[in-house]
Design a protein around this ligand. Structure first.
Ligand code: UT7
Length: 375
């Protein structure tokens, strides 16, 4: 029988710096009343200069791994879902792989905006269920504060930075990922985008001056689209998993706007206490919002082993999706000795990375700019 794909560890990381609505009102023409009533956001975390997407992703991943007996070297796959990667390439996932010392893992980024974490968890689950891999690390990480136009009040008040991570593993115990709905509609691509900086509109002085490297959004249209798809995707994922909505203990929606979540709850005829909502403290952290909400809900005891959850999200692309899963308790917690060993292995991974970087240089000096093997 195909193995089940379980979430056995979870972790989150947010920058220390908190920016309140009042702080924002000092930068743009806005106020706390407008932001709270239109979005439900009170504050958000903003990355410090020395923080970036890979750094937040690595912190969340280390926390998730620390819950488990999985060593970085046991990881077969690392997927980082992000819309604010460190670079166009290399993938942020490769930087996380190096920082963790996950020497055997294939690593790549997945770009599906705020829906990305759902897609990434499903990709990892499918690879586990086919038997092609056993253990995966899935991360949603963003530093969107680097990509917003801080002069545009209609967008800069909405977004925040953060990361969330799942360790996923094959298991014979029933549960884990039960179903997934993945959808997209590129005809709505222009409703939410960063137009410049890619191959379509390479960077020029003009693109920089016109702020085309920052988030551009038609908020009203995205709002309408979101309210259409949230309820339908949730229902579809439940049906595919063979569940009724009454069987779902908690819905974990993408945290983009409290009003969108309330509209979805009304459409599903579910009370708001069946939804995990933490947008007030984080704003919209895009693909990181769902795993961060799950980490908080488990810490609060709202998610318990055996619970059926639906994660549901939408975002740029346009993309949307929902994933049903049955939460399980981690099989084994690491012992203090094991945690000590992990710290030592992480240290060794950094030493290894240092020497490999050094070796790339030596190799370059030995072989020059010519590719190896050419005479
Ligand atoms: O992860 C997915 C990403 N995006 C989303 O999910 C966003 C979906 N959309 C939304 O959440 C909402 O559309 C917003 C929160 C962005 C905006 O709420 P809204 O109720 O749709 O407001 P609006 O765009 O219709 O703007 C209403 C008014 C406008 O003034 P006028 O034209 O009516 O005079 C805006 O200029 O509010 C004004 N406004 C603001 N006022 C104070 C826009 N932004 C602000 C602001 N502070 N920050």
């Amino acid at each position: 029988m195909a193995p089940f794909a379980h979430v056995i560890g979870w972790g989150m990381a947010v920058p220390e710096r908190v920016m309140t609505n009042d702080d924002l009102a000092k930068i743009v023409d806005t106020n706390d009343e407008w932001i709270v009533s239109r979005s439900g956001i009170h504050s958000r975390h903003i990355a410090a200069e020395n923080e970036s997407t890979a750094i937040l992703a690595t912190r969340a991943a280390a926390q998730a791994l620390a819950m488990t007996t999985v060593e970085p070297a046991d990881l077969d796959l690392i997927i980082v879902s992000t819309s604010s990667p460190e670079h166009i390439f290399p993938a942020t996932a490769c930087l996380v792989q190096d920082a963790l010392g996950a020497a055997r893992a294939g690593a790549f980024d997945l770009s599906a905006a705020c829906t990305g974490f759902i897609f990434a968890v499903n990709m990892a689950a499918q690879a586990i269920r086919t038997g092609s891999i056993r253990t995966a690390l899935v991360i949603g990480a963003e530093t969107l504060s680097r990509l917003v136009n801080w002069e545009d009040r209609s967008t800069c008040v909405l977004f925040g930075d953060g990361a969330g991570a799942f360790v996923m593993q094959a298991s014979d115990r029933p549960g884990g990922v039960l179903s997934c709905v993945m959808r997209s509609d590129g005809s709505g691509a222009s409703l939410l985008s960063i137009p410049a900086g890619g191959s379509r509109m390479p960077t020029t002085a003009e693109t920089v001056q016109r702020k085309l490297h920052t988030i551009q959004m038609n908020g009203r249209e995205v709002f309408r689209f979101a309210t259409r798809v949230m309820a339908s995707a949730t229902k579809e994922a439940a049906v595919k998993a063979g569940l009724r909505l009454e069987d779902i203990e908690l819905v974990v929606p993408h945290q983009a706007n409290l009003r969108i979540i309330e509209t979805a709850a009304r459409a599903l005829k579910l009370p708001m206490d069946r939804f995990v909502v933490n947008i007030a403290n984080y704003g919209n952290t895009s693909t990181a919002s769902i795993p961060i909400a799950i980490c908080e809900a488990t810490a609060d005891g709202r998610i318990r082993p055996g619970d059926h959850l639906i994660m549901v999200g939408f975002g740029a692309g346009l993309t949307w999706g929902a994933l049903a899963l049955q939460w399980v308790s981690p099989e084994r917690r690491p012992t203090p000795a094991r945690r000590g060993r992990r710290r030592f292995l992480t240290f060794l991974a950094h030493v290894r990375s240092f020497f490999r970087r050094f070796w790339w240089r030596i190799e370059g000096l030995l072989w020059g700019a010519e590719p190896r093997g050419r005479t």
